[in-house]
Design a protein around this ligand. Structure first.
Ligand SMILES: *Cc1c(COP(=O)(O)O)cnc(C)c1O
Length: 374
């Protein structure tokens, strides 16, 4: 048969169906227990997951919350950050990192990313520090840890907090240590599309500080420790029981899924040889979990058309850097302020990346990328 006339299977950037078919029985068994115990809001299934996640991440405490954005909001509150304070963060992140700062009334202060790792450029941070700077929110972008030691030394020098946005990096390691315990706190998202995603919306905050953990537990639950006694203005940011149960099941698979992503990334990194394509530099100390596999390419529209014709459907993470979003126009930024972030936004393409990609699919992506000519 002539292969060119064969029907090609579509390869999307992400497909959650395979993963959920695999674990359906285990998840439904636990869902039934949640249902029978009517443990829908917080409760034992969330607590068991919190324990599991703390062990996996090698931290003392995990506080499960309603999503990654509320995790960031509560972390900022627990650090005492508010109006008049500044928080430094990369211009190239998912917008929710910035929401955390805005939701407490503080001011986000952007810095550019490194041209090669695409992670926060530690060398650009010091120029942005003022007496109002309270924290640096570093992001482990696309699953790859940022240079934590470099950022940490600035935090120590100026006596400011380090917060990790680890929403994309469950299980990633920096110099051999799992991310999530480096700063004061780390914020995770368990959005369904993340490496560890709930069957629903969920998030969590990890910390080694008992006081932070206790404060976060109160804040997520209406500012209350003893029921109907409210010690401070609180929030309803609890994690649901069904979400907790689904995360418990997925924890059994996370390491295996992350390792499959790592091996797919290894194929992409070693076999994509097209000189028009640049990939995220992987420093030797970074053990990424490849939440996304992002490349940059000149003439992106034509590249995507080329892939689409071969039934490959990449995505863009993210087409507009935070400093140029309309929501942040009040900060007065303009094109040219953060050239590396802007270049990335204009040229990035996320190749298919999920554990259920077959070797054949991976090879098809590699061949398609290599066949692209400007
Ligand atoms: C997904 C994500 C968030 C927000 O998490 P949600 O659960 O979607 O609210 C925050 N930061 C980064 C870097 C993310 O990728």
């Amino acid at each position: 048969m002539n292969t060119s006339t064969q029907q090609l299977v579509k390869i999307p950037c992400l497909d959650l169906k395979g993963q959920h078919a695999l674990i359906k029985k285990e998840v439904f068994e636990l869902f039934e227990q949640v249902y029978d115990q009517t443990a829908f809001s917080g409760g034992p299934f969330v607590e068991s997951f919190e324990k599991q996640f703390s062990e996996y991440t090698k931290v003392s405490y995990t506080v499960g919350v309603s999503n990654g954005t509320t995790a960031l909001h509560l972390a900022m509150l627990a650090l005492g950050i508010g109006p008049g304070d500044e928080v430094i963060l990369p211009a190239n992140t998912f917008i929710a990192t910035v929401w955390g700062v805005s939701h407490v009334g503080a001011t986000p202060v952007f810095v550019d990313c490194d041209a090669h790792t695409w992670e926060i450029d530690a060398a650009a941070i010091e120029a942005k520090i003022t007496p109002k700077t309270k924290a640096i929110a570093g992001v482990h972008l696309y699953g790859q840890p940022f240079d934590i030691d470099a950022v940490m030394s600035i935090c120590k020098k100026y006596n400011i907090y380090l917060l990790e946005d680890a929403a994309q990096a469950q299980g990633a390691r920096y110099k051999g240590t799992t991310v999530g315990g480096f700063g004061e706190m780390a914020c995770f998202s368990f959005y369904p599309g993340k490496n560890l995603g709930a069957c629903g919306e969920a998030g969590g905050i990890t910390t080694n500080n008992e006081q932070y953990a206790a404060h976060l537990r109160s804040l997520r639950n209406h500012g209350s420790v003893v029921r109907y006694y409210h010690d401070e203005i609180g929030y309803n940011y609890r994690m649901g029981g069904l979400e907790g149960a689904s995360l418990q099941v997925k924890m059994r698979y996370l390491e295996q899924w992350n390792n499959r992503r790592r091996s797919i990334a290894k194929e992409y990194l070693s076999k994509i040889t097209n000189p028009n394509v640049k990939m995220q530099h992987q420093p030797s100390w970074a053990d990424s979990v490849f939440h996304l596999f992002v490349i940059t390419v000149e003439n992106r529209d034509a590249f995507i058309k080329h892939l689409n014709a071969l039934e490959i459907y990449p995505a863009l993470h993210y087409p507009v850097p935070c400093h140029l979003q309309k929501a942040y126009s009040y900060l007065g930024h303009k094109v040219g302020d953060f050239p590396n972030s802007e270049y990335l936004a204009a040229h990035c393409v996320s190749l298919p990346m999920y554990a259920e990609l077959t070797d054949e699919m991976v090879q098809r992506v590699i061949d398609a990328v290599n066949a692209y000519q400007i």
